[in-house]
Design a protein around this ligand. Structure first.
Ligand code: EPZ
Length: 424
């Protein structure tokens, strides 16, 4: 396995281009299953997770090819409708093939994803939503065996929690359902909106994009897609926080500032200067300089609240501040695994249930040390802390990072970071 080496203490400067969103690419790739034909997806990031999803599609009979960031997907032939455990266990987003397979073939057999480092990650909302549309779902031997005779019937689906992939799965399942389907308390993440746009481009009739109420009027069939993936707001936020924590200043390009309302507001509250352009965001140090960074509390919430996927990265920044702040994680039950690793770098943090108290600046700032990545976003928090720390930080198990950050070493190097990979 590879490890990432960072010689920290260098302020980052310059520009970095944001790639397509992982969490939009995964549902949009799955959505091509809804109809036979040749689809074109643009601005698709080349990541471990997108490669896993395309491999899963291959197992179903789908052919695909990539030219730079354009992926062509041929869903003319589907051999079968089973997503096996060996792939699903490596990426729980594989469950996104469930809805489109049932919609197109009337059946699907998808392994239950199982938990992951950050939580149990159940899919009960996905299943109860499908059952509401008339699908029979049998849970046996670790699989969901879903089937329906004839056409689904539209109905009202209510989510206790606005599940992102739950909303996406049910959107795809309902496109052919007879009559009208309403999803209440739907997720409002921009990635869900990207899927709504793609499905409507294919001929679906979905209203309510961006709201917590989505209405789907069933249609008979769809055309193949030609659609662009939106920029990755989580990658964008990660680089903004990395530039800030390193004491530098820089601009991220090819992003959508409106997709980061809560992060930008919280970064401004620390004293950082944030300037929004059409598709760029520039971050500069506080007017009084790096030492004027203020501690700021955050609580993670569904979009447009503060994103759970940027919680660990913000904590890395807060370890550099000169006061005390509290970070509350309300979405997942175990998303503080970056804390013990940050403490190895000298941070002073106490976890109490779903809250973490970050006790201001360690006396001598952060110092480099060997640390271990545990999940995708915790790993990026360690990268940010390593960039800010003096000396060398070595991050092991960086396959976690490669799931969600395209060309990470190249992009950080372009910003002036001293970072490279080595064999473990
Ligand atoms: C999506 O996961 C993202 N993944 C996650 O990003 C992100 O952290 C999460 O949304 C929250 O924003 C993708 O889009 C591929 P949820 P998802 O269903 O859909 C509970 C990353 O780092 N729940 O919105 O799986 C669940 O346990 C990843 O890129 C149920 O109880 O998240 C959680 O507490 C990590 N039953 C809450 O809802 C269900 O059926 C929100 O989960 C579904 C979810």
């Amino acid at each position: 396995m590879d490890k990432l080496i960072i010689e920290g203490g260098k302020p980052l400067q310059g520009e970095v281009r944001i790639s397509g969103a992982k969490n939009a690419a995964l549902p949009l790739i799955a959505a091509t299953l809804l109809t036979s034909g040749i689809h074109t997806l643009r601005n698709v990031p080349d990541l471990r997770d997108t490669r896993t999803m395309l491999r899963l599609m291959e197992n179903l009979g789908v052919r695909h090819s990539r030219e730079h960031d354009v992926v062509t997907i041929d869903t003319t032939d589907l051999y079968h409708a089973e997503a096996a455990y060996d792939l699903v266990k490596t990426m729980r987003a594989s469950v996104l093939v469930l809805g489109p397979l049932v919609a197109r073939l009337g059946k699907a057999k998808v392994s239950l994803p199982g938990g992951c480092a950050i939580g149990a990650r159940p899919i009960n909302f996905h299943i109860t939503g499908l059952e509401r549309l008339g699908v029979t779902c049998k849970l046996e031997n670790g699989y969901v065996d879903a089937s329906i005779e004839g056409r689904m019937k539209g109905d009202v689906i209510y989510f206790d929690i606005p599940s992102v992939t739950g909303t996406e799965n049910l959107l795809m399942a309902a496109v052919f359902a007879e009559g009208k389907t309403v999803i209440k308390n739907a997720a409002r993440e921009p990635e869900v909106g990207n899927l709504v746009d793609m499905l409507n481009l294919m001929g679906a009739r979905i209203e309510g994009k961006g709201s917590d109420r989505l209405t789907i009027y069933g249609v008979e069939h769809l055309q193949p897609a030609d659609c662009a993936i939106i920029p990755d707001r989580i990658e964008a936020g990660t680089y903004l926080l990395a530039i800030a924590a390193s004491g530098g200043e820089g601009t991220i390009t090819h992003c959508i500032p409106e997709h980061l309302p809560s992060l930008l507001e919280k970064m401004r509250a620390t004293g950082l200067q944030i300037e929004e352009g059409e598709d760029t965001i520039t971050v500069r140090q506080p007017k009084g300089g790096y030492d004027r960074l203020q501690s700021v509390d955050i609580t993670t919430r569904p979009y447009p609240g503060y994103p759970t996927d940027l919680q660990a990265q913000f904590m890395a920044l807060m370890t550099l501040c000169s006061d005390v702040c509290v970070i509350q994680e309300t979405i997942f039950e175990n998303r503080f695994m970056h804390v013990p690793e940050l403490m190895r770098l000298g941070a002073n943090i106490r976890v109490d249930g779903h809250s973490a108290v970050i006790n201001g600046r360690s006396l001598d700032g952060l110092t480099g040390a060997p640390v271990m990545a545990t999940d995708l976003r915790a790993s990026s928090s360690l990268v940010i802390a390593g960039l800010a720390a003096s000396g060398r930080t070595e991050i092991s198990r960086i396959y976690h990072l490669e799931r969600g950050y395209e060309k990470l070493v190249e992009k950080l190097s372009e910003l002036g970071a001293s970072v490279w990979k080595e064999k473990e």
